[in-house]
Design a protein around this ligand. Structure first.
Ligand code: ADP
Length: 307
């Protein structure tokens, strides 16, 4: 449903925002582009939705080349950007109707889309009276009015408070219940990606540095990791652990935290060895790896810090 080959964007100022990415998203898949601000996620969505012109490479949406057949590509897809696009002075219904007319959609889709997003009861109120979460739902309902094959969601929950965010995630999850629509979303929230996505691509500096199901990505780090927080100079602590054969090449440091993947278990022995070396560790523990660890190992930066 989405086919990307060698897609590249270099902006006029010379910034290489997207550096030759390859990606295929299957029909009915919920796909997540994960990465910190500046990774190139929005630029990628911009190219797929024909608002950003690629420098080179190709992208097809529902079989239509985004450069050669932009209108056809756009007719089969919808996008919800971070910035609001609804007219706040109008009612919700009027906003949906205008969008339906633009895309030649039947009027019935207005009520259907509003019901899917749980905003049917608000439709006859001016959008100015909506809460932030309600407005975001209306934006998504608007995108669904044209009955797209592909829905692009750019940071769908950014700026929402935690409870509203979780409610919206349930709604987005529910959109896929019949598996007909393909969804590509960007996020820098790992929990969001894990909960919603069938597959995830981690982007870093314009490139895809990892691709797979959340389970596959986690499995790269193995069953368990040992995490050590030290007061200062984690690099030195890592060097000592390596000298003593406690840490291998796969261990890495971010800030004051040292992480040692344990693909085959055996963390108890490692913890005992760390204690014996008296590294001045503030905390030592073992746990199952999560996507944050995968991201850290690949990029050396925390998603939340970078965002
Ligand atoms: P993300 O969505 O992952 O935060 P973006 O695609 O917005 O990343 O940005 C990728 C890089 O491209 C960043 O370095 C950003 O500053 C740069 N960039 C984005 N839009 C433009 C633009 N219109 N002109 C020049 N540089 C841009």
């Amino acid at each position: 449903m989405i086919e990307i080959e060698g897609l590249t964007k270099i902006y006029e100022n010379g910034v290489e925002a997207v550096r030759g990415i390859d990606l295929t998203v299957e029909p009915g898949e919920v796909f997540g582009l994960l990465g910190p601000n500046g990774a190139g996620k929005s630029t990628t969505i911009g190219m797929l939705t024909t608002t950003v012109i690629p420098t080179s490479g190709t992208a097809r949406v529902a079989g239509h080349d985004v450069v050669r057949e932009p209108l056809a590509a756009r007719a089969r897809s919808s996008v919800v950007f971070q910035e609001s696009v609804v007219d706040a002075s109008l009612t919700g219904r009027r906003n949906l109707e205008l969008h339906a007319r633009l895309w030649g959609a039947a009027g019935g889709r207005v009520d259907e889309s509003a019901a899917m997003l749980g905003v049917a009861d608000l439709l006859d109120r001016a959008v100015t009276t909506y809460s932030g979460g309600q407005r975001r739902r209306l934006e998504i309902a608007r995108a669904l009015v044209s009955n797209p094959d592909v829905l692009f969601l750019d940071e769908p929950t950014v700026g929402l408070d935690p409870r509203i965010r979780h409610e919206l995630l349930d709604v987005i999850d529910g959109l896929q219940s019949d598996g007909r629509m393909t969804v590509l979303l960007t996020t820098h929230y790992l929990d969001e990606a894990e909960r919603l996505c069938d597959r995830i691509a981690i982007m870093h500096l314009g490139a895809i540095v990892a691709l797979g199901t959340p389970e596959e990505l986690r499995a790269e780090l193995g069953a368990e990791i040992v995490e050590i927080r030290v007061e200062r100079d984690a690099e030195r602590a890592l060097a000592r652990l390596r000298e003593h054969g406690v840490a291998g090449d796969e261990a890495y440091v971010v800030g004051s935290t040292l992480t040692m993947p344990h693909p085959h278990g055996g963390t108890t022995a490692t913890i005992a060895a760390v204690d014996a070396l008296e590294l001045g560790a503030l905390e030592v523990g073992a746990r199952r790896p999560n996507l944050d660890d995968v991201y850290l190992r690949l990029t050396g930066g925390r998603l939340a810090d970078a965002a």
